[in-house]
Ligand binder design. Sequence first.
Ligand code: NDP
Ligand code: GDR
Length: 344
Amino acid sequence: MRTAIITGITGQDGAYLAELLLEKGYSVYGTYRRTSSVNFWRAEELGILQHPNLHLVEYDLTDLGASLSLIQKVQPDEIYNLAAQSFVGVSFEQPSTTAQITGIGALNLLEAIRLVNPKIRFYQASTSEMFGKVQAIPQVEETPFYPRSPYGVAKLYAHWMTVNYRESYGMFASSGILFNHESPLRGREFVTRKITDSVAKIKLGQLDCLELGNLDAKRDWGYAKEYVEGMWRMLQADESDTFVLSTNRTETVRDFVTMAFKGAGIDVEYRGSDVDEIAVDAATGKTVMRINPKFHRPAEVDLLIGSAAKAKAKLGWEPKTTLEELCQMMVLADLRRNELGFSF
Ligand code: NDP
Ligand code: GDR
């Protein structure tokens, strides 16, 4: 039986990856942070929380000693580093914390692997946010980086450390540059899930209006469950490397708003511009979306679109779910949850 550590099992990707590895017969050690109220709602929704091969371990990525003892104790074959302060907006308010967790945290794991057992295969959750102010369209593995947030800068440090440990010590350390990936398990602070949850509440009469920031940002959105399969494939390859996972399609936040309302049976029309832009329900004339400048960021990533041609050629990975299907899946899940009065 193969053994894997997943850091960040309480997050979206951690839950889906744990599900996948358990299905493949792995013994999975999922790490979570000690907090006053630990939240395993995602693992619960996937029905894996009681799985006999799932072991939950308390762990903080910022602690090198904890990284050393975790690896010594578990002796895994593979480590997937998914833990991070992953919210771009918050990284502007907490840049040092973000650097410690998202940047140095990855180094702690790499260093612990080097010291305990350099044969362990390592996956680093890198991000399209490293491309930031994009230097080419579409973005590929060789596109120059230009991060636009403390989060992007911290992730870039972790990415280069992964490459550096691969080249310096011959470690199997792969970096997956993943573009935005969403699902019904996405955190509600991220824009897609914020939209689908609010649309569901508006449809059910539980909320009047959704408030957003920049509607013009363009993102390449895929389905998280397919992306964790790509992570696993990276660690099964003959050699460690860097891979982009993306859909090669980009849409604006505004497009996603329209799509989500449509998924709930509401047609919207846009009026006004800039901070005065609103969306109204075409049938009733009621305002269902307005801009709140507090959701604007000090610096924005305007346009992301990635080509995953290398992952397709070398890993046989490609996305399948369309954005329309993904959005509909999220809206339906949020309608169901909010009907039951139960939404995380
Ligand atoms: P989430 O924010 O849903 O999950 C992040 C996880 O990291 C949570 O389990 C969180 O625990 C944990 N964590 C945070 N700080 C620490 C810490 N100090 N020590 C240990 N664990 C910690 O992220 P996603 O699942 O969406 O993303 C997974 C990874 O992939 C992240 O690294 C993210 O930056 C990266 N990524 C995500 C993309 C996406 O579109 N989803 C795209 C590209 C990269 P807790 O629940 O306690 O907060
Ligand atoms: P992102 O995702 O920053 O791309 O990072 P997010 O969903 O937070 O923002 C996407 C775009 O939407 C705009 N936006 C808003 N965003 C939020 N969260 N809330 C709003 O109200 C709002 N209004 C407009 C944002 O300005 C942005 O342009 C995600 C995270 O998962 C990262 O961890 C990951 O690395 C990248 O995706 C790839």
